[in-house]
Design a protein around this ligand. Structure first.
Ligand SMILES: Cc1cc2nc3c(=O)[nH]c(=O)nc-3n(C[C@H](O)[C@H](O)[C@H](O)COP(=O)(O)OP(=O)(O)OC[C@H]3O[C@@H](n4cnc5c(N)ncnc54)[C@H](O)[C@@H]3O)c2cc1C
Length: 408
């Protein structure tokens, strides 16, 4: 809500959107401010559709109750305007409606609902009324024994996982009702540590029992499985696109550095090469930190990126020995205290993730994670501190759009 306080008798407040949020605000304003506000509701449709069990609708279990918004507004002492808002002019404090009217306001509450940007690619998604047909079709195919195994899942980062569980339980009840439960496997795949963990660990244990009683499997593998399957594919594609751009660069300088990583108590080494702009070129995990490891690392780099103009390293003698073998000795620089900060700072995002993941259990997972993480970090790292907000937002949108095409 934005606006400036006024000392006139009634403050004009515009509410855009006649969903739960808009109506709650209207009623709350009436209760809290009474006659001191003059509320106007902008809605594209005359009815408010109350859906107490939206997920039940594809199963024929939910019901929709329609309320007349004009009546609700009148009961809350608000006025009511039919039509979508297409623009807000915050400087002149008015909203523009689809039929061309400019409606002034002092305070504006904008509650047009959420819009889905991302779901699990390839899945039948249930986001609300518009997707009811897709879910109803899955239910029909289950009833007719056309489908035998169904996975109910949600993308990582979902803050309200309840509908996934409701859909699985409703599907199970429906199959039991029509006598088609036998031979059908229903599985919930969730990124949560505990089922419905937002209600607490004990509730999670009860949910697990409830699902077991109904023969619904639960698996906590979403993030790992999706990551394992798609992470390397996305990373390879991003790498391919960026590699060609960087090779022609006149200032082609590499910074190399290595850090210690403990796996099951044993020290391993993670070698990292970044270029003069801090872009991660390669990350390689090894068991040793000697000439052979440095040589393997350099060979891998040169195979992919050609020969650099200069290579900045720390004073580890293995670099010098490997450079001599490979014929790069004249290009190595290893003096100066902060000269290799580019590579040293580049380990930080990895270190943060390493802590979050409670370290690694094998060198293979370390290698796979570190190289995918480096590439994805390149893609989304917009160097916020170096650019204006406008450029940053433009670059971020471009990166997201590219990511969405990769994931499509
Ligand atoms: C899968 C799923 C299942 C759910 N199940 C339930 C359930 O069983 N029970 C429950 O209570 N909740 C459920 N919810 C949550 C509930 O749908 C939302 O919390 C609630 O609808 C959010 O209300 P809102 O007012 O923010 O948005 P919305 O309900 O989306 O309302 C937005 C309103 O703004 C209007 N609008 C949009 N653009 C404009 C514009 N330019 N100008 C004017 N008006 C505009 C729209 O027409 C709409 O009326 C579920 C949600 C999901 C995703």
């Amino acid at each position: 809500m934005e606006g400036r306080p006024q000392h006139s008798a009634r403050l004009p407040v515009s509410i855009v959107g006649g969903g739960v949020a808009g109506l709650e605000a209207m009623v709350a304003l009436r209760d809290l401010a009474g006659d001191r506000v003059e509320v106007e509701l902008h809605v594209p449709r005359r009815e408010f559709a109350y859906r107490p069990l939206a997920v039940g609708e594809p199963f024929g279990a939910g019901r929709v109750i329609l309320f007349d918004l004009g009546e609700l507004a009148a009961r809350a002492g608000a006025s009511f305007r039919l039509g979508s808002v297409i623009a807000v002019d915050a400087d002149r404090r008015h909203v523009v409606t689809r039929d061309g009217h400019e409606v002034p306001y002092d305070y504006l509450l904008f509650s047009p609902g959420a819009r889905m940007l991302w779901a699990v690619p390839g899945a039948v998604t249930f986001w609300g009324v518009a997707d009811e047909g897709g879910v109803a079709d899955v239910v029909r195919r289950l009833r007719e024994r056309e489908l035998r195994r169904v996975v109910f899942t949600m993308p990582g980062g979902a803050i309200w996982p309840l509908p996934t569980y409701e859909l699985a339980l409703l599907a199970e009840a429906e199959l039991a009702r029509v006598g088609a439960r036998g031979g059908v496997t229903l599985t919930i795949v969730t990124p949560e540590d505990v089922p419905l963990g937002l209600f607490g660990v004990r509730a999670g244990e009860r949910i697990r029992e409830l699902l077991a009683e109904r023969g619904i499997d639960i698996c906590h593998e979403t993030v790992r499985l999706w990551w394992n399957r798609f992470g390397p594919v996305f990373a390879a594609e991003i790498k391919k696109r960026r590699r060609l751009l960087r090779r022609g660069c006149p200032e082609w300088r590499w910074h190399l550095d290595e850090v210690f990583v403990k796996i099951n108590g044993k020290t391993h080494y993670l070698w990292r090469a970044v270029d003069h702009e801090g872009e991660v070129l390669e990350v390689v995990a090894t068991k040793r930190r000697d000439r052979h490891a440095a040589l393997a690392f350099l060979k891998k780099l040169m195979k992919r990126y050609g020969r650099p103009h200069r290579v900045v390293t720390d004073r580890l003698p293995s670099y010098g020995a490997a450079m001599r073998v490979i014929g790069n000795a004249g290009r190595q620089e290893c003096t100066g205290r902060r000269i290799n900060n580019r590579a040293e700072n580049s380990h930080q995002p990895f270190r943060r993730r390493e802590r979050g993941m409670l370290r690694f259990r094998s060198m293979r997972t370390l290698q796979r994670f570190a190289s995918v993480h480096g590439t994805v970090h390149n893609h989304f790292n917009q160097e916020r501190h170096l650019t204006s907000r406008d450029i940053y937002k433009r670059n971020r949108s471009a990166a997201l759009a590219e990511w969405n095409t990769l994931a499509a």
